[in-house]
Design a protein around this ligand. Structure first.
Ligand SMILES: [Zn+2]
Length: 683
């Protein structure tokens, strides 16, 4: 199961591990047959499970469920309760391996807890039922698990006004015509799965059948509550587009169904053949633009080829690279650079103590892990493609898929696929980025030019920390308004490189496009709103005399900052490194900036929209030296109130303009990095 974190626009998601042991073992032919009857309103759950006994017939059920009867090859056999750990009760049946076990069990499930927030749903949840939505997570002990990997068939019976599903192929479905009848659907999952998630709710089901060349038709569905029904067509269209895109890039979609299922909880989970996304966020445009594609792609990476978790989870990085990053790169080069900058910035914010090798990443539990498992991992694929070229990269991706479909694969398997497709050894590349924590601190120490015998040479001295990485890095040669890009190989802690050039450039700049995983210098980290949002001790200066604006500003600050802000009455006296947010009407803001000798309103925002937000690049010092300042300038109190909901979602931006609650302009301040002047030597 994979998870989207919804507050963050870049749609992070994590593979939830139900078992970290033995996944690397070859898939066994275990199979589970389940017959489930559920009444969400009363939360009453009844099930019959059938499977073939393994040498050790122990299994776990949630303590809310108890076993009514058990048999082995049709002969009644006692199911004996064993150890209880937390909410989970272990059971044991004495049966010869190979006999068919049949267990009937039932109970009242815990009530759906709608107070769970987007962080809590990332931890282990019990099986929960309610009329407005039922979610039985794979790891919640609602079925006996016959093996680490197993195929299954589930027959699900629900009241007439409920619809439900599990990942897999829809074999049969009986839709009730009268209220006395029940909805019954049967699903099968033929590939080895590591668990079963079950979802149900008062859904309206929309369906589209898509014909495929050389493959069975595809059944696309939405399971939405009635108030989301208007979005169903758009979700079906976009799902189809993403499925076609990745079928072309990687290999045919390996399943026959894909469904988008609305969840009453604030989550976005991805399982094979479906994604389960919070009803509230389904309405947000970025879910369709990014998260949906990311979840569709997990049907190949994560749910199609399984990561070898014990040896590092490559699937989030590859999915981020081929989904989130791919969409940004398709938008523009600038948008792609912005995403690389965001990865490097997140990494720069990771405390040294929390930094680990990428090979140690299994799933996201906190921000430091996300900076590695998503950011660094995706950047490894950016660097790999730069190194081996687009064609070899694409061939490697397809070969990896063909070879490891529905099997466990490791970073080593990826390396081998790309070594074969590119015909070059990649062990040094993968080892340094996977097994070493941190990043190189690469810098141009000196740049000199000399002319000798009719040729002009540029002699560059580089430094990086020890032990040195083997790096391929781009260098920009700047002459007046012209610039030229060169790629260099650097593999020593201190290294001198000579380049033949036609003319002596004025200056050089290292890796201006940020295509190398490295520790960025301060001048390459432009201020973005997240520094204010997550500040430990934020400060607020409302510089307005309008009572309504003052009220709206206080309310906005409560939504914007994660911690309460300290009020500042005398802005000119503010000192120290804690971030300050200034809010006022346009003319009031202009007056304050001028009084403090700070840079004025950015030209690209002037006169745009009803409210403008920006971080101040205080290059000239101003009166508040060293104080990070962000500004919200508004036409009136209502325009400020309109920012309550959208603004906290834009932490990755340096500046925005809003028309009401709609962002019509946004971006990150350019921070191209330090220009190193080229000195001319006499020879
Ligand atoms: Zn993901």
């Amino acid at each position: 199961m994979t998870v989207i974190l919804i507050r963050i626009l870049s749609a992070l998601c994590t593979v939830v591990i139900s078992c970290t042991c033995c996944l690397a073992a070859p898939p066994r032919a275990a199979h589970l047959d389940l017959d489930v009857t559920l009444d969400p309103e009363s939360r009453e759950f009844r099930a019959t499970a059938k499977w073939v006994a393994a040498p050790e017939s122990r299994f776990i059920l949630h303590h809310a469920l108890s076993i009514g009867s058990a048999s082995a090859d049709g002969v009644a056999t006692p199911a004996v309760p064993a150890r209880r750990t937390g909410d989970m009760q272990a059971w044991r049946i004495d049966a010869r391996p190979g006999t068919v076990l049949r267990v009937e069990y039932s109970g009242a499930l815990p009530r759906l807890d709608r107070t769970l927030d987007h962080r809590q749903v990332l931890s282990a949840m019990p099986p929960m039922a309610a009329r407005e939505g039922t979610f039985l997570p794979a790891g919640a002990g609602w079925y006996p698990r016959p093996a680490n990997l197993f195929s299954y068939r589930v027959r699900l019976s629900l009241p007439h006004d409920q619809r439900g599903l599990v990942p897999g192929r829809l074999l049969a479905e009986a839709v009730p015509r009268e209220s006395g009848e029940r909805y019954v659907a049967t699903f099968s999952f033929e590939q080895p799965a590591d668990g079963i998630d079950l979802m149900a709710g008062p859904y309206v089901v929309r369906e589209r059948i898509v014909k495929r060349r050389d493959a069975e038709p595809l059944r696309l569905r939405t399971y939405f509550e009635r108030d989301l029904d208007a979005l169903a067509d758009a979700y079906l269209d976009d799902s189809r587009r993403y499925l076609e895109l990745y079928s072309d890039l990687i290999g045919a979609y390996p399943f026959t169904e894909f469904s988008v299922v609305a969840s009453p909880l604030p989550t976005g989970f991805g399982m094979p053949t479906l994604t389960y996304i919070g009803s509230r966020v389904l309405k947000l445009p970025f879910i369709r633009a990014t998260s949906l594609g990311h979840e569709v792609l997990h049907n190949w990476w994560g749910n199609g080829v399984y990561p070898d978790y014990a040896r590092g989870n490559w699937s989030e990085g590859l999915t981020t690279f081929m989904a989130d990053y791919f969409y940004r790169a398709r938008e523009s080069d600038a948008a792609a650079r912005e995403m690389r900058l965001a990865w490097l910035r997140d990494f720069a914010a990771v405390p040294a103590a929390a930094d680990r090798p990428l090979a140690a990443f299994r799933s996201r539990t906190h921000g430091a892990d996300a900076a590695l498992g998503y950011g660094k991992s995706a950047m490894v694929f950016v660097m790999l493609r730069d190194l081996i070229g687009d064609e070899a990269f694409e061939r490697g991706i397809r070969a990896f898929w063909n070879r490891h479909r529905f099997r466990v694969a490791s970073w080593d398997d990826l390396r081998r696929a790309f070594e074969e497709s590119s015909g070059r050894p990649l062990r040094t590349f993968f080892t340094q980025w996977l097994d070493r924590p941190g990043a190189p601190r690469l810098a141009v120490v000196t740049a000199r030019a000399n002319a000798q015998g009719g040729t002009t040479r540029l002699v560059l001295e580089f430094s990086q920390g020890e032990p040195a990485y083997a790096l391929r890095v781009s260098l920009e040669l700047v002459t007046g308004k012209r610039s030229e890009m060169r790629w260099l190989d650097i593999s020593h802690a201190r290294e001198t490189v000579a380049l033949a050039v036609d003319a002596v450039p004025d200056s050089v700049r290292l890796d201006p496009e940020l295509r190398l995983w490295r520790t960025l210098a301060r001048e390459q980290l432009p201020p973005i709103l997240r520094q204010w949002i997550v500040a430990r001790a934020p400060r607020l200066a409302v510089v307005s005399s309008d009572a309504d604006v003052r009220l709206a500003a206080q309310e906005l600050a409560r939504h914007f900052f994660e911690r309460p802000a300290k009020q500042v009455d005398h802005i000119e006296a503010v000192r120290g490194p804690d971030p300050l947010l200034v809010i006022g009407l346009h003319r009031e803001v202009d007056a304050v900036l001028s009084m403090l000798k700070l840079p004025g309103r950015p030209a690209n925002l002037s006169g745009v929209g009803s409210a403008q937000v920006w971080t101040v690049r205080d290059e000239n010092g101003g009166a508040l030296i060293g104080v990070p300042i962000a500004v919200i300038s508004t036409r009136d109190a209502d325009s400020l109130t309109a920012l309550l909901r959208p603004l906290p979602h834009y932490g990755a931006q340096s500046y925005l303009a809003f028309d009401g609650s709609r962002a019509i302009e946004r971006g990150v301040w350019a921070a191209p990095g330090r220009l190193v002047s080229v000195t001319r030597s006499p020879r």
